[in-house]
Design a protein around this ligand. Structure first.
Ligand code: HEC
Length: 275
């Protein structure tokens, strides 16, 4: 909790959302802030988030990832992915390229639906289009495992979010304004911790930069507890004393759209260990 008070005290210094500009300009503002906070650290290390500055933490990470304690969850996701629906179809039939090398294009703005579609939503659409019941976005056993496996088919792909129409830009801007909005009892924004203080230590924990965060979900905290990206957003909202939006809500989808755009160009790696 002391961390929160410290940050709340600093809160007054928090940068304002860049009002105008393009997504690319926003991304540059984030990059410039981090290169000041983390001089000389190559962008490729950002994917390791709070471990990026510690060789010890990274070598411990590597040894956990050699035999991931969460492999069973990913395997059970593979089973769900491969099990035919009652109509004989399966998940791979719903996706371009059978679902391989596609996750880096999610979330995308769907102009027919007039909304942002996340990868997890697309998994549920696949179920519904095949007359199967959708699964709960926050259930680790179904959506979590399925997302862990399905995303692994895109490991190594570079994030490539497109914002190509004014409607898509409006959703991006909606996500951006939530990122910079102070919320909760502690009156802190995502940007307070992960932009302004991104790359700074608080006690023994480095606050991870927003760039690098979105490419490696789900994570398994403590090696076991599965968190999708939106579940992780929800935990941070609770940590500042705010009531989180639900997973799959328009607010979090737009937030994920904005956040993922910032991660463009970084390689995806799903299912990793986190503290
Ligand atoms: C009080 C500071 C604080 C605020 C405000 C905050 N977070 Fe966090 N967040 C943390 C800490 C601490 C962690 C764990 C260490 C790390 O990875 O940065 C974390 C972790 C994360 C992670 C996981 C990073 C990873 O690599 O596993 C994501 C994603 C994230 N936060 C997003 C957000 C979003 C989006 C918001 C706004 C809704 C937000 N956070 C608000 C402190 C904060």
């Amino acid at each position: 909790m002391r961390l929160l008070f410290y940050l709340a005290a600093l809160g007054i210094l928090i940068s304002q959302a860049p009002a105008r500009g393009s997504p690319e300009k926003d991304r540059q503002i984030f990059l410039d802030t981090y290169s000041k906070n983390l001089p000389g650290v190559p962008l490729s290390r950002y994917v390791h988030g709070s471990m990026m500055l510690s060789d010890d933490a990274l070598s411990q990470y590597d040894s956990i990832m050699d035999f991931p304690p969460f492999q069973d969850a990913v395997d059970s996701g593979e089973k769900i992915w491969n099990t035919p629906f009652k109509n004989g179809q399966n998940f791979s039939n719903c996706f371009e390229n059978k679902g391989v090398e596609i996750a880096g294009k999610f979330p995308y703005y769907d102009s027919d639906l007039e909304q942002v579609v996340t990868f997890e939503m697309a998994l549920n659409f696949c179920l519904q289009n095949n007359n199967e019941a959708p699964v709960d976005f926050v259930d680790p056993e179904t959506m979590g495992a399925l997302s862990a496996y399905a995303r692994s088919l895109s490991d190594g792909m570079l994030m490539q979010i497109e914002i190509s129409t004014p409607d898509a830009l409006a959703k991006y801007n909606d996500g951006k304004s939530l990122y910079f909005r102070r919320i909760g009892q502690y009156n802190l924004a995502c940007a307070s911790c992960h932009l302004t203080h991104g790359g700074h230590y608080f006690r023994d924990e480095l606050l991870s930069p927003a760039i690098g965060q979105a490419v490696h979900f789900p994570v398994f905290r403590g090696g076991e507890r599965l968190y999708t990206l939106q579940m992780r957003y929800q935990r941070c909202m609770e940590a500042v004393g705010a009531v989180p939006y639900s997973s799959g809500s328009e607010e979090l989808n737009n937030l994920e759209f904005f956040h993922s755009y910032l991660n463009n160009g970084l390689p995806l790696e799903s299912s990793v260990y986190r503290r």
